[in-house]
Design a protein around this ligand. Structure first.
Ligand code: FCB
Length: 451
């Protein structure tokens, strides 16, 4: 790595910031998820989770950023920020509020939103499961139910029947690794189980199987509609893990964590290979089950030694004593070099197109976001120069939104939302990003003005 860095753009590593030119073919936009921005959905499990008082400060998904009613305005703002692409999710509970009951209202809504995006020349990438689902599915044990794959695939078929002519790009499942961890180990997401390893692995397996089936189904259906440009992938949260100290056990623990948090899902969702401890063999045959790999990257995690076997004898921590400008509002370390490391490793392994499906920063004061984007662009340029087929950058997020159990406190938006009035205002960093989207470069003028 050190050798690589010498020949690389190292502006982010303490030097002065230099202008940066990125390839025109790299496409830029932002990402959101339905539950986090839409509001008004009384059939989702997150609405029930809100009612149970499980979101910080007793906040509720029922409010959010009212995007369901304001999507036209939000698309105008995307246009103002020169977006070419937009990652959104379709809320299962709006399409199938009761088991087997399809909502025409929900379907028509998303059809309209997608048409509006296309009219604005913004290509949608549609996520089918982004942490939330209908309450009826929740009550049946959600992803641990033996019919979970069937239920999900049936919903996904309905979506493709409804928007398949307009949308060619899909992300089946968002961050299965974070989802099962926060749902079955940390108890932060409904149904809030703690250290429930059995459910953790059962759900992991079903999420992988759902991806495989849905991958095939989307290709088959769109082929039947006469299209050959279908792109289906998933979005995996890939963190950069690093060992703290010299304890050999910690090294082992890092390997185990890397395996169970990352590789297990790559084996399953990319190669169709179920591996220990969730199974074995190739349930849908051998093949490649991703047309792109979506990488959600935020931070570095240091693994410290621990005596807790449930945590694979490792404890994940943020480096101690970091300067204020090295952490975001949630205390996560800002570590742009990690983006290079995780993507290079993943690309070398699979040689599949990479989409950065999420990357962003909670920064209420908006004092770090533009620099954060600049630093990550340096790494993106390095990756492309090193031959990585990196095609997309979706900034998380378009708007301030509900940060799941952390509520509305963290401000991830390029656009600030006033939740009292639902007024939107593009942040300074949003204007900076808008210029980057338009010109595919960070000029000296932008550096002088924003950084
Ligand atoms: C990711 C989630 C996304 C958002 C960001 C901050 O893990 O996919 O919905 O909450 O973190």
């Amino acid at each position: 790595m050190s050798q690589l860095l010498r020949s690389h753009n190292v502006e982010s590593l303490g030097g002065t910031m230099k202008p940066l030119i990125l390839p025109k073919s790299l496409e830029f936009g932002s990402a959101t998820a339905a539950t986090q921005i839409e509001g008004g959905d009384t059939h989702s499990n997150w609405y029930y989770w809100s009612l149970a008082g499980k979101i910080a400060n007793n906040e509720s998904s029922i409010v959010a950023a009212d995007h369901y009613n304001r999507y036209e305005e939000d698309i105008r703002l995307m246009e103002e920020m020169n977006h070419e692409i937009y990652r959104m999710s379709i809320e299962w509970s709006r399409i199938e509020p009761e088991e087997g009951v399809w909502s025409e209202e929900g379907i028509t809504h998303y059809q309209k939103e997608i048409k509006d995006l296309l009219k604005a020349n913004i290509k949608p990438l549609v996520t089918l499961h982004h942490f939330s689902h209908p309450q009826w599915f929740e009550e049946r044990g959600q992803w641990t139910n033996s019919k979970a794959v069937y239920y999900f695939n049936r919903f996904a078929e309905k979506v493709i029947d409804s928007i398949g002519h307009d949308v060619n790009e899909y992300c089946t499942i968002n961050e299965p690794n974070v989802f099962v961890n926060d749902t079955y180990m940390d108890g932060k997401y409904p149904p809030g189980h703690k250290d429930d390893i059995k459910s953790y692995f059962k759900a992991s397996k079903n999420l992988i199987l759902a991806h495989l089936k849905t991958y095939k189904m989307i290709h088959e259906k769109r082929q039947g509609m006469g299209y050959s440009d279908t792109m289906v992938g998933m979005a995996l949260h890939i963190a950069h893990f690093e060992v703290n100290g010299k304890n050999p056990l910690t090294k082992l623990s890092k390997h185990m964590m890397d395996y169970s948090f990352h590789q297990l899902y790559l084996n399953g969702m990319v190669e169709g290979h179920l591996t220990f401890p969730i199974g074995s063999g190739f349930p849908e045959g051998k093949g490649v089950f991703c047309d792109f790999i979506g990488v959600n990257y935020y931070s570095r995690h240091l693994i410290h030694s621990s005596l807790n076997p449930a945590m694979l004898f490792g404890e994940v921590k943020v480096e101690e004593g970091l300067a204020e400008d090295k952490v975001n509002d949630l205390g996560w370390e800002l570590y742009p070099e990690g983006l290079y490391k995780v993507i290079k490793k993943t690309y070398d392994q699979y040689k599949l197109p990479i989409y950065i499906t999420e990357n962003g920063i909670p920064d209420e004061a908006d004092s770090k976001r533009a620099k954060f984007i600049y630093d990550h662009m340096v790494e993106i340029k390095n990756l492309i120069e090193d031959g990585v087929d990196l095609r997309r950058y979706y900034h998380w997020s378009l708007l301030d939104n509900l940060e799941w159990n952390d509520g509305y406190g963290p401000r991830f938006g390029l656009i600030e939302v006033n939740y009292e009035t639902q007024e939107r205002r593009i942040r300074e960093s949003g204007h900076f990003y808008g210029q980057l989207c338009m010109n595919k470069e960070i000029s000296q003028k932008m550096i002088d003005q924003y950084l």
